[in-house]
Write a protein that binds this ligand. Structure first.
Ligand SMILES: *[C@@H]1O[C@H](CO)[C@@H](O)[C@H](O)[C@H]1NC(C)=O
Length: 145
């Protein structure tokens, strides 16, 4: 192949890659990570980004250090930046999956949640966790900026 032709081809490919980058940055992805507590749950949400006043489906999985029993509930907390309090929703886990899930064994569940009507398109966080009535959290994840 002609050397100039190869050079032009390489330049064109590089340009198309550079052009693609800003488009990817525009598409906001909800990324979950640690809330500062261990163990951290793996969480993804659909649609992504979430839409106010519409249902979102969370896929939650992880390996915990304690058994999941019906003493625990799943919570999803929506918190708007600067707000005094968040919107907290609690769900039964053991109606969704077979309990108990033994410590050290991977669990996975899906949970539908109605996104609060007033949630702005930006400037909020989401926390997901597994909690009992004594506010003991045995697994959690939070959105990262
Ligand atoms: C969200 O899901 C619930 C339960 O399936 C359903 O009753 C409700 O109509 C849904 N809401 C919207 C806005 O889709």
């Amino acid at each position: 192949m002609n050397q100039n032709f190869v050079l032009i081809l390489v330049l064109l490919i590089m340009l198309s890659i550079v052009n693609a980058i800003p488009h990817q940055l525009h598409k906001r992805k909800t990324k979950f990570g640690s809330c500062g507590l261990s163990p951290v749950l793996d969480v993804s949400v659909s649609p992504d980004p979430i839409v106010a006043n519409k249902n979102a489906t969370y896929t939650i999985s992880g390996i915990l250090k304690k058994d999941i029993t019906d003493a625990y509930q799943l919570f999803i907390l929506y918190f708007v930046d600067g707000a005094k309090r968040g919107n907290k929703q609690n769900f039964d886990i053991c109606t969704e999956i077979k309990c108990p899930v033994k410590a050290g064994k991977k669990f996975e569940m899906k949970q539908k949640s109605l996104v609060p009507p007033g949630l702005p398109p930006n400037g909020y966080s989401i926390g997901v966790g597994i909690i009992n009535s004594k506010s003991e959290v045995i697994g959690s994840a939070c959105t990262l900026e």
